[in-house]
Ligand binder design. Structure first.
Ligand code: FMN
Length: 185
């Protein structure tokens, strides 16, 4: 069975990301073609990248890197739940991505983003990063608005219109994660 991680891409106090990730999980877990798990960056308590060797060499020295590596390696694909900070993804998410390399290779990914413009600029930056990690990023994405999907800019109340793009993105992530299986050996 294909395994997909739903990565909570914000770590700040009062973050919106866990509520968004839970919404993704609630929809995804109805599916029978893959299993899904929420992976919260906060739980890994990663410092700023502190490994002496480049991650592509896989020579990790710190317990937090090894724990993060083991978690990420266990999945066939990812759904990145990301805020938009200064027109990019959060620093916490970029830092967590940078910690690893081979664990990401030949996997698939989709995005659920939120912001004043649906987090689309953060996702465009993430798509550039995916190429270097050899992650196949699918076309489908969910663009949530701070104005219309969060009551008083705070409480997550997604408009029903997002259900279809969410399902389409999950379809694509599962399909590509499955198709890339032979490359993962
Ligand atoms: C450092 C910072 C920069 C931000 N920059 C943007 C931005 O460029 N575009 C945008 O739509 N929202 C921006 N915001 C607003 C965030 O989208 C909003 O605070 C959101 O709740 C952040 O996600 P989080 O609560 O999960 O951390 C920014 C917020 C912060 C904290």
């Amino acid at each position: 069975m294909i395994k997909i991680a739903i990565i909570v891409g914000s770590t700040r106090p009062g973050r919106k990301a866990p509520a968004v990730a839970q919404w993704v999980y609630d929809a995804a877990s109805q599916r029978t073609d893959a299993t899904f798990e929420i992976v919260d960056l906060l739980a890994f308590d990663l410092p700023l990248l502190d490994e002496p060797m480049p991650p592509a060499m896989g020579k990790y020295t710190k317990p937090h890197t090894i724990a993060w590596s083991e978690k990420i390696a266990a999945f066939d694909g990812y759904v990145f739940v990301t805020p938009e900070y200064n027109h990019g993804p959060s620093g916490a998410l970029k830092n967590a991505i940078d910690f690893l390399y081979r664990e990401w290779n030949n996997k698939a990914a989709g995005f659920v983003a939120y912001g004043s413009a649906g987090g689309t600029r953060a996702v465009e930056q993430l798509r550039l990063i995916m190429a270097e990690l050899q992650i196949a990023d699918v076309r489908g994405q969910v663009a949530l608005s701070l104005y219309t999907d969060f009551e008083n800019f705070a409480t997550f109340k997604p408009a029903p219109v997002h259900a279809k793009p969410l399902a389409a993105m999950l379809d694509q992530v599962v399909a590509w994660a499955t198709a890339l299986k032979p490359l993962r050996g």
